[in-house]
Design a protein around this ligand. Sequence first.
Ligand SMILES: [Zn+2]
Length: 170
Amino acid sequence: MRALLVIDMLRDFIYKDCVLPVNGAKKLIPPINYKIIEFREINEPIIFICDSHDEMDEEFDVWGKHAVEGTEGAEIIDELDRREYDIVVTKKRFSAFYNTDLERILKGLNVDTLVITGVVTDICILHTAADATMRGFKVIVPENCVATVDEEKQKWALRHIKEVLDGRID
Ligand SMILES: [Zn+2]
């Protein structure tokens, strides 16, 4: 069984006037929605992974304040085809596995393969892909469904996922 992970498609990262804007993140919306429809049609799980920080999180020393729990900026953007029954997992660090229930949820659903989408390719996507691989999950990253701040970082991260983590880049 596969699961679709949609990582950090939050207002604070996606909109142009947000705290941590990611170039080109808006163009991910149609291809991610397309993936969501594909998974929904065959009843494979869709899991939204969302940064959700405490007011004074130490991560803000490096990245500035973003995705504070309970604020509008920490909400999933409305443009995505999200349903009530989709799973939402909140995280406080780059990896979707760190201090979250994700592994337990995936094992409970008999998931062995993760299709990872969202932002940003060289941070949360990469660290989640690495943690997934170390836990025995197969990783697939559709190239048109992930973005970061520049082309060089995008290429480096995708190559790392492919060559080091043995992931598949579609
Ligand atoms: Zn964060």
